[in-house]
Design a protein around this ligand. Structure first.
Ligand SMILES: Cc1ncc(COP(=O)(O)O)c(C=O)c1O
Length: 414
């Protein structure tokens, strides 16, 4: 007997397709490819020695605890550490508001399980994080997209979008993945005001906020919300669920992130997480805590900011130098990505395929839109290639675009 598994898959699998990013990354893993495709932090700056020492310390001092099952909520000293850092910098919560997750990707998946019924709408920025769209495909979400510009989500279009009755808004406030844009302070205030007017909660996903190279840190939506309510900026009102991760500031391979939410919401998420994986690895939570504590994480972030800033500058300078007219790009003040608008008439897929033949890769922007008719765009990651390769990669990409512009008959705009 040979089982036809496909005939047995659950209906929810119908909406699930392979991640474009993962499929594309497979094509670009040859060492000769200059890849701007992944969202990878620079591996050469992982604090390997500090991790080695932390692993040894955890095993020498607390092996029985580290190797044992533990609570679903997460390792208490780590939850306290996260809560304390938030209190010092942004808004006040205690450890009971914090749930440790296996990456923010799991946080998104748990939030989907908690909030989304089949057909429920989620309001997202256009473009938005592809991983959220993937996570919520399982729950058969549909989307209301709101365009973004250089100041982030266009809040003047929010009220109209909210008429479609989304269950919640999913917002990336800082150096957004994929567009690299940051929501201005004024728009943050406007966003929470409109959210209150319509009684819609916000899920604020902020993996990149710590990686600012330029300008002032802006208050998260959690704080804008408290201010709107006149609670004092450090109070947590519970209207915004806030997500954070160590993936971009320490190392993504550890898969340690967190959700901040009201305690009753945390309790329900804990029930879901029990069904998903019982708890996030005890050992890695303890190691992350050992690595991050005593001010190390801040020193390390400072270092990353310097390195990533240089790489961003190299990419911006190369774009200025090589790109033909008709190509535009964002100027991110932090994070890992910038976003390129390709000349009208070119397809981002076709540019991608031609670029890979020249050993340079990016992610075609269409993947980040919750609709099929997206404009031709590209996400470029600047964090994981050195400056020399960045310049060479942009030069090759510019050549590809220039050649395609010269050969492809542009589709006349309507
Ligand atoms: C906006 C956003 N949310 C969530 C994630 C997932 O992060 P993690 O590695 O913590 O799962 C990413 C990763 O790139 C991201 O860009």
């Amino acid at each position: 007997m040979s089982i036809v598994w496909e005939s047995r898959y659950a209906l929810r699998m119908n909406g699930i397709t392979s991640s474009t990013i993962r499929e594309l990354l497979k094509l670009t893993q040859r060492p000769e490819v200059i890849s701007f495709a992944g969202g990878l932090p620079a591996a050469e700056y992982f604090p390997v020695e500090r991790f080695q020492a932390a692993c040894q310390r955890v095993l020498a001092q607390s092996a029985h605890q580290a190797l044992q099952y533990s609570t679903t909520e997460g390792y208490l000293p780590l939850r306290e550490f996260i809560a304390q850092r938030l209190c010092e910098r942004q808004f006040c919560v205690d450890a009971d508001n914090v749930l440790i997750t296996s990456g923010s990707q799991q946080a998104l998946s748990l939030i989907g399980a908690l909030l989304i019924n089949p057909g429920d709408r989620v309001l997202v920025e256009e473009p938005t994080y592809l991983g959220a769209l993937q996570a919520w495909a399982l729950y058969q979400a549909s989307y209301v997209g709101v365009p973004t510009d250089g100041d982030g989500i266009c809040t003047d279009q929010l009220a109209e979008a909210l008429r479609h009755g989304p269950k919640f808004m999913y917002i990336l406030p800082n150096f957004q993945n994929p567009a690299g844009v940051t929501i201005s302070a004024e728009r943050r205030r406007e966003l929470v005001r409109i959210a209150h007017e319509h009684g819609v909660p916000i899920v604020e996903d902020d993996p990149y906020g710590a990686l600012r190279f330029e300008g002032e840190d802006l208050d998260p939506l959690v704080v804008a919300d408290a201010e709107y309510l006149g609670l004092g900026s450090s109070m947590y009102s519970g209207n915004v669920i806030n997500l954070g991760t160590f993936s971009k500031t320490l190392a993504p391979g550890l898969r340690i992130a967190w959700i901040v939410a009201p305690k009753d919401v945390i309790a329900r998420l804990v029930q879901l997480k029990q069904g998903a994986d019982l708890h996030t690895s005890t050992f890695t939570q303890m190691v992350i805590y050992e690595v991050a504590k005593d001010g190390f994480i801040d020193q390390h972030i400072e270092h990353l900011r310097t390195v990533y800033r240089k790489r961003r500058d190299a990419m911006l300078a190369a774009l200025d130098r090589f790109m033909p007219p008709g190509v535009q790009w964002t100027h991110p003040d932090g994070g890992l990505f910038l976003w390129m608008q390709l000349p009208e008439g070119l397809s981002d897929r076709a540019v991608f395929e031609a670029a890979v033949k020249r050993d340079v890769a990016f992610v075609p922007g269409g993947a980040f839109f919750p609709r099929p008719d997206a404009p031709p765009t590209a996400r470029l990651n600047f964090s994981c290639m050195d400056e020399e390769r960045i310049v060479e990669g942009i030069r090759r990409l510019a050549d590809v675009i220039t050649e395609m512009q010269n050969t492809v008959q542009p589709v006349p705009s309507k």
